[in-house]
Design a protein around this ligand. Sequence first.
Ligand code: NAG
Ligand code: NAG
Ligand code: NAG
Ligand code: NAG
Ligand code: NAG
Ligand code: NAG
Ligand code: NAG
Length: 577
Amino acid sequence: MRLFQYALALAGLSASALAQSADSYIATEAPIAKAGLLANIGPSGSKASGAKSGIVIASPSTSNPNYLYTWTRDSSLVFKVVVDQLTLGLDTSLRGLADGFLVAQQTIQQVSNPSGTVSTGGLGEPKFNIDETAFTGAWGRPQRDGPALRSTTLITYANWLLDNSNSTFVTNTLWPIIKLDLDYVASNWNQSTFDLWEEVQSSSFFTTAVQHRALRQGAALAARIGQSGSTYNAQAAGLLCFLQSYWNPTGGYVTANTGGGRSGRDANTVLTSIHTFDITAGCDATTFQPCSDKALSNLKVYVDAFRSVYSINSGIASTSPVATGRYPEDSYYSGNPWYLATFAVAEQLYDALLTWQSLGSLNVTSTSLAFFRQFNSTVAVGTYPSSSSTYAALTSAVKSFADGTVSVNAKYTPSNGGLSEQYDKNSGSPLSAVDLTWSYASALTAFMARNGTVPASWGAAGLTVPSTCPSGGSSGSGGSGGTVAVTFNVHATTVWGENIYLTGSVNELQNWSPSTALLMSSANYPTWSLTVNLPASASIQYKYIRIFNGAVTWESDPNNSLTTPSSGSFTVNDSWR
Ligand SMILES: *[C@@H]1O[C@H](CO)[C@@H](O)[C@H](O)[C@H]1NC(C)=O
Ligand SMILES: *[C@@H]1O[C@H](CO)[C@@H](O)[C@H](O)[C@H]1NC(C)=O
Ligand SMILES: *[C@@H]1O[C@H](CO)[C@@H](O)[C@H](O)[C@H]1NC(C)=O
Ligand SMILES: *[C@@H]1O[C@H](CO)[C@@H](O)[C@H](O)[C@H]1NC(C)=O
Ligand SMILES: *[C@@H]1O[C@H](CO)[C@@H](O)[C@H](O)[C@H]1NC(C)=O
Ligand SMILES: *[C@@H]1O[C@H](CO)[C@@H](O)[C@H](O)[C@H]1NC(C)=O
Ligand SMILES: *[C@@H]1O[C@H](CO)[C@@H](O)[C@H](O)[C@H]1NC(C)=O
């Protein structure tokens, strides 16, 4: 019955039939997805036994594949849905869960792991055991999107608490957790990373984009609560500049990773568009907003890449929706469609429709022409106001394409509504991990977008790209433009409430400014530590300072000095003088 219904919908029926099909699927699937998501959160989720409070298991599957771990990326994306539903007033019962998440993440941040300690790179560790201990096996690490996504979720929660007059909790409890992640992003964004699929170590569009978003939000939150976040916007400018370089103008798409040896067409880019959506930015291509010409062109290239690689897509018209996966060259489980990738296509289009509606027009540009010509083969470059028939026809066709994309997933959703990670490219049967928490989250965000839910703005409006791209930490010493990660350790005993900071002769060390000096971590007290990206092959002077009740005490002379190596990393071990 159900399969029959969706098969009909896919056979190219009218817009209203497609909408009806999506409506009926969503009516049954939305509560299943919500329950499926909640079942995978400890300690009381029905499929999350053994998970600590606030810990999200990736899936209850323990073999082929074993996903009974908690990933920082997946958990943060899942909890973004929880926090959005809470803060947008859709489900006020979720506050206890949100609090559980922040306590769990506060704990996880401090767990020493193969990537390091909290102050030496450990925040880049991608996954942990569900009892909050370190996973010590070999893995693709670090993955630097995790701290960014976690801070975005926590900042969203913090802003809502502030709106509700709970600033003490934000300043005392949330901000220190958020700041650790933001400081990690600010000092490490210009280092290579494993991508969100944990396969390619290079630079990754998704990672760069979510890092940029996190630092913008972080700077705004810092300002709102009177904390220092002065470095975040400067680093964000470097990220925004770097973000532009992923665009491939010839191919009309965003190259997902700088490495990996593939075409670069990848769901990474569509996920970026939906996870950095900010309706106040309109259709700005600077941040690849869902309705920007670059993101729409990219979407078409991405979707088309899967038309011939999955046999379940064969025979479908070249302008109709199809199942999509991570990237066309994928060989994991022989390479198949993923629910979350297919839902992301629909969500980007729902976001675009919301934005055009709010702007009262849509633009067809030379960059987005191929995308729009799927729906009107003679449409011309121009601005179409919402009163025009072309606007009405195009937006109706885009809505049908999005609904049809939901119906593709519907067709391959088993009758119990469970969403695994993938479905078979030949038979359409569910495949790989069952009950993937991220699959459920992706269904919910797509449904929410279709329903007109607009997530809180993060400050994407009106951003401009600097004319020259500063690299990590900016500043021009070290002619190669390369950076090295330098860890400073200093042995210093302090009194309660007193902290040790670092400052020095380069921008990355705040140019000797005591008011913006970098706070060091006391996790290994009496050793205070901090890792900073500094220009390679550069000679640098620095000092540690103590700040107690606002009073600054400098180390005695002379200045400390070091020369950074040409690549790699470096550790200095000092004692307070
Ligand atoms: C502030 O929010 C936190 C987290 O939900 C809660 O534990 C605390 O009781 C709240 N404080 C006030 C004054 O509402
Ligand atoms: C660092 O930033 C520069 C400037 O945007 C960029 O060219 C380079 O590829 C980046 N490297 C990494 C590893 O992020
Ligand atoms: C259309 O393009 C114009 C000129 O670039 C711009 O000002 C306007 O915001 C755009 N509108 C939309 C809906 O993208
Ligand atoms: C297709 O686009 C052309 C050119 O902009 C326009 O004249 C025509 O009305 C459009 N067709 C439909 C069905 O909207
Ligand atoms: C969509 O909105 C309607 C009306 O507000 C609500 O009843 C429904 O639960 C929402 N559905 C989803 C999936 O959010
Ligand atoms: C340390 O560096 C600062 C800033 O360049 C300089 O003003 C100061 O004289 C230096 N101190 C010594 C002892 O060289
Ligand atoms: C600092 O100590 C670490 C080990 O604790 C060591 O690996 C490193 O070489 C030391 N750095 C210097 C400059 O001696």
